[in-house]
Design a protein around this ligand. Structure first.
Ligand code: NAD
Length: 438
């Protein structure tokens, strides 16, 4: 099939590339000319494992191209996917201005019958509003919704092997075309679920709301465990083996971040308010998460009752999760800002996210080439993102390097006893602090 993807970000570039990899001809469109210029020279604007080689191969073989020209980009396409951002507005609702700008532009330039698919995460009713805008288009447009469930860091695998495909359609023929398009991804009998556009739009929010709820739930239990002298890791295992509960998204930490959960939860709250429905659970999920982003900072303050002015903290991990360079709403930024405001110095290392943080914070912090370099002359270590390379450090070396011999771990990467036996004090989440054995 001939496809156009409008918005070449985390979702659009991965989706377009995976479709091209199945033999479709795909044009990726973006209004950011520096992004498109870079892609035309083989530069991938984001870090996503495996993406570079997939883009290179499909571009080389002529199935994947890039342009800033929307009218030209959509002209040959049978199906146009809208994958632009839907950031949070000042009032917490989803800002739909970019989606509507793109829909309007498609309506103006449509040169034949097309299927237009909204893949961006949008509130219930957006598809209906967009359809109104397309009423006067010169050619018939069938407007579908097809929310995306990929996870950054595993996006290609999620795209090529999704758990399910959800489409919201008004015409059976549109569902049939989309089913054919997705067939190569659903060969293991994963379901293609066709429903109304409103239900498809809601499905995405409901799924993210459930996942964020699980995270805030386990974080609240972790904080309770700490006070009660219980160990959240044992509790998590004791719970997770219950088949009705499971282990996924039950890891306590420094709070969720990223471009989806925070804004999507607030969009659900806004939607509920507008529709006169209650949102007490989502309000609590959001509040628990905001508080959780300050838990590491609070532990640091407790460890240093005389203040941290002049102290140097090594920070491992800046991205909101491992295997991405995305720092949107990352808990690490909350921590770094708190440390800087308290007069401390930060020496950070992240395998992929440092350029993005540098654009934001510049020289307020120093950037280390590797995890060990970040420890040079540091007083303490703080771990915020669970990159694999942080999982098995040499604790004896850490004890030697860190002046105050203390680790604050926001991801529970280590077994407390082994850290303490190396002579380090170890603070983690939902577990009693392990005091250094000297
Ligand atoms: P992103 O910010 O990475 O990418 C959006 C792209 O759209 C950018 O490259 C931007 O330059 C481009 N753009 C903006 N205005 C444009 C216009 N008028 N014409 C053409 N291009 C334009 O966003 P993302 O993370 O890919 O998210 C896109 C949507 O998918 C959002 O609604 C998001 O909630 C949803 N989503 C994201 C993820 C994720 O993990 N990132 C997962 C599932 C769903």
């Amino acid at each position: 099939m001939r496809l156009a993807i409008v918005g070449t970000g985390y979702v659009g570039l991965v989706t377009g590339t995976c479709f091209a990899d199945c033999g479709n001809t795909v044009v990726c469109i973006d209004k950011d000319s520096s992004k498109i210029d870079g892609l035309l020279q083989g530069k991938i604007p984001i870090y996503e494992p495996g993406l570079q080689e997939l883009v290179e191969r499909n571009a080389r073989e002529g199935r994947l191209s890039f342009t800033t020209d929307l009218p030209k980009g959509i002209s040959a396409a049978e199906v146009v996917f809208v994958c632009v951002g839907t950031p949070q507005s000042a009032d917490g609702s989803a800002d739909l201005s970019i989606v509507f700008e793109v829909i309007r532009s498609i309506g103006e330039h449509v040169n034949g019958p097309k299927i237009v698919v909204i893949k961006s995460t949008v509130p219930v009713g957006t598809n209906d509003r967009a359809l109104e805008m397309l009423k006067h288009a010169k050619h018939p447009v069938s407007l579908a919704s097809n929310p995306e469930f990929l996870k950054e860091g595993a996006a290609i695998d999620d795209c090529l092997r999704p758990d399910r495909i959800v489409v919201g359609v008004r015409e059976q023929a549109t569902a049939d075309t989309l089913k054919t398009l997705y067939a190569p991804f659903l060969r293991t009998e994963k379901p293609f679920l066709s429903m109304s556009p409103s239900s498809a739009e809601m499905t995405k929010y409901a799924a993210n709301a459930m996942l964020a709820t699980k995270i805030s739930f386990i974080n609240e239990m972790a904080n309770l465990c700490e006070r009660a002298g219980a160990d959240i890791n044992d509790v998590r295992r004791g719970m997770g083996h219950d088949a009705r509960i499971g282990f996924q998204f039950l890891f306590p930490g420094a709070g969720y971040g990223g471009s989806c959960f925070p804004k999507d939860i607030r969009a659900v709250i806004s939607m509920a308010n507008n529709l006169g429905s209650g949102s007490s659970l989502m309000l609590a999920v959001d509040q628990v998460n905001e508080d959780q982003k300050h838990v590491l900072g609070q532990k640091i303050k407790n460890q240093y009752p005389n203040g941290i002015t002049g102290k140097t903290f090594a920070i491992w991990g800046l991205a909101f999760k491992p295997r991405t360079d995305d720092i949107r709403e990352a808990p690490a930024l909350v921590l770094v800002n708190m440390l800087l405001a308290a007069g401390a110095n930060c020496q950070v290392h992240d395998p992929e996210a440092m350029p993005n943080v540098k654009r934001l914070l510049g020289d307020q912090i120093s950037y280390a080439a590797g995890p060990l370099q970040a420890l040079e002359c540091a007083d303490a270590l703080v771990i915020v993102t669970e990159w694999s390379e942080f999982r098995s450090p040499d604790f004896a070396l850490l004890a030697q390097k860190l002046k105050d011999k203390v680790i604050f771990d926001g991801r529970n990467l280590y077994e407390p006893k082994s850290v303490a036996s190396a002579g380090l004090t170890y603070h983690s989440i939902g577990r009693v602090t392990a005091q250094a054995e000297r």
